[in-house]
Design a binder for this molecule. Structure first.
Ligand SMILES: Nc1nc2c(c(=O)[nH]1)N[C@H]1C(S)=C(S)[C@@H](COP(=O)(O)O)O[C@H]1N2
Ligand SMILES: [Mo]
Length: 520
């Protein structure tokens, strides 16, 4: 019996260990802020009532996080032993338990990390490797376990004097195998930690920055007070993320340089400190991706702090024949921005902070561009290191060489957030609401219509700036049955959103966001 549980535990622990090692390695290689294990630990903290967390911190002081990670690991060890024991009887049940662990890890990652496919890769690969190892090792583990009911001990075996019982030999073989896998896991996992350390160095440098920025208080009246609508401010974690960087660039502020050159009177190179020494400008700006479908969520709003690109360009002295700035990221990504929006009176920024904190690595730390009114692919270069003043005729940027339009002004759009399409609502007064945007032009009016009836004007949140989205709400007297709701915005230039549907390629989607709901 004792050896059976031993074999089971070894089986489960080795399989989980192999998975954990691979997930740590991938997290390190991808420079993720957290490995799935640490994300799980952080998620557990987030789910724990605040008073209990405070109590824990008081009790453990600065060690609260290592202790929590150790506890999470202990939990993992327990579950893994259980999985191993289960596998001796039923591999399907055991794999199911590993699958459940995988779901918990994925949930933790989605709660704690900024969303992108690479954030999920370590958890997916880890669980995959754990399951594969379990599948591979289980037959050998079963062979290593003595037959139940002491059959081996009581049944006389026909064997030569110095031959071992079959189970003992298999056990030795199994132990060698699990030992080998475990050793491999330690090597792989340790390698992952080494890579993760460079990420930790960036994080330390980031935390040690004290920037003279504010976190931007929410302007009066921007909320229409309807639950379920995109909140005025998007947190760093919820902020949509789009980039081609497989691994987030790791740049220490002390090593960052921005070269400004091309058709300029004098080339300049700026350090991070140079930015801190300059006049900071802060503003609410809504970023939007050109790939945002009608009704999509590739749009977010934050309070940005940075220095005005117009001032930097003025310092360099832009030649009269230039019409564009080609910006390059540390990861090699490029983008072409028309000179106009970079030099007029809008707050086109070299941003260093988002919502009062240094940029997160995922959103461009240490410095990125933010240009109100333009889609991200033509303006929002993250990890920016180079600005070349040039002409559109003389270059192709990353996306514009791929069938996307050279200029990318954000199209006036609106979205219904509540009720959610496809849901059932109660007959009577139904609150309908969402957001509308027309960056740097301003939203003047939002209208709603039901079942293609007359357009009805919605109530709007205040507009402290034209560069941010605006919330809207509308009270609908809903009658029983299936209904269609549509929204359209009119911007301050007098343009009303077209109902003609266009794809996101080449310069942004058009059409009215339309949802179906059932009223009963
Ligand atoms: N270096 C780099 N910067 C980039 C991109 C990229 O792929 N690489 N994508 C751009 C696109 S298409 C958009 S929509 C915005 C998104 O910024 P966010 O991830 O902070 O939301 O970043 C822009 N900046
Ligand atoms: Mo984008």
């Amino acid at each position: 019996m004792r050896s059976t549980s031993g074999v089971g535990a070894a089986l489960g622990l080795t399989s989980a260990g192999a998975g954990l090692a691979v997930s740590e390695l991938l997290s390190g290689l991808l420079h993720l802020r957290l490995s799935p294990l640490v994300a799980l630990a952080e998620w557990i903290i987030a789910l724990t009532p605040g008073s209990l967390v405070e109590f824990g911190i008081r009790l453990l002081g600065q060690n609260d996080k290592p202790v929590l990670i150790a506890l999470t690991l202990a939990g993992l060890v327990l579950v893994s032993c259980l999985v191993g024991l289960m596998a001796l009887r039923s591999i399907v049940q055991a794999q199911f338990l590993f699958g459940l662990m995988g779901v918990a890890l994925l949930l933790a990652v989605s709660e704690r990390l900024e969303s992108s496919t690479s954030s999920f890769a370590p958890a997916v690969a880890g669980v995959g490797v754990a399951m594969a190892t379990l599948t591979l090792l289980t037959p050998r583990a079963r062979a290593a376990v003595p037959e139940p009911d002491g059959e081996i001990e009581t049944t006389p075996q026909v064997q030569t004097a110095n031959a071992e019982p079959a189970a003992t030999a298999s056990r030795r073989q199994f132990l060698r195998l699990t030992g080998g896998v475990a050793l491999g896991a330690v090597v792989v996992g340790t390698t992952g930690r080494v890579f993760a350390r460079s990420r930790a160095a960036i994080e330390t440098a980031r935390q040690n920055l004290t920037l003279a920025v504010t976190s931007g208080s929410k302007p009066a009246g921007v909320d229409v007070g309807l639950a379920g609508i995109a909140s005025w401010r998007t947190s760093q974690q919820r902020f949509y993320r789009i980039d081609t960087a497989l691994s987030v660039p790791q740049i220490l502020p002390s090593e960052w340089r921005l070269r400004v050159h091309g058709s300029v009177d004098r080339e300049i190179t700026l350090t991070y400190q140079d930015l801190l020494d300059r006049h900071l400008t802060e503003a609410w700006v809504t970023l939007c991706c050109v790939s945002n479908e009608v009704g999509g969520d590739l749009i977010s709003n934050a309070w940005w702090s940075g220095i005005r690109i117009a001032d930097v360009l003025a310092e360099a002295g832009v030649s009269a024949d230039a019409d564009a700035v080609l910006s390059t990221s540390d990861d090699g990504w490029t983008c072409g921005t028309p000179l106009g929006p970079l030099t007029d009176d809008r707050n086109a920024l070299l941003a260093i902070a988002m919502n009062g904190e240094p940029l997160t690595p995922e959103h461009g730390f240490p410095v990125r561009m933010v240009v109100p009114g333009l889609y991200g692919y033509v303006s929002a270069t993250k990890w920016v290191v180079d600005l070349e003043v040039t002409r559109f005729a003389d270059f192709e940027a990353f996306w514009t060489g791929n069938g996307w339009s050279e200029e990318g002004p954000v199209k006036t759009q609106s979205r219904i957030d509540v009720p959610m399409g496809g849901t059932t609502v109660k007959t009577g007064q139904v609150a309908v609401g969402g957001i509308a945007w027309a960056q740097h032009t301003g939203v003047a009016k939002v209208e709603v219509r039901v079942d293609e009836g007359a357009w009805q004007e919605a109530k709007l949140g205040s507009d402290p700036t034209t560069d941010s989205w605006r919330q809207w709400s509308y009270v609908w007297a809903a009658t029983t049955g299936d209904h269609q709701i549509q929204v359209r915005a009119t911007d301050a230039s007098g343009y009303t959103q077209t109902g003609d549907e266009a794809d996101v390629v080449p310069d942004g989607a058009t059409g009215w966001h339309t949802i179906d709901v059932t009223v009963s």
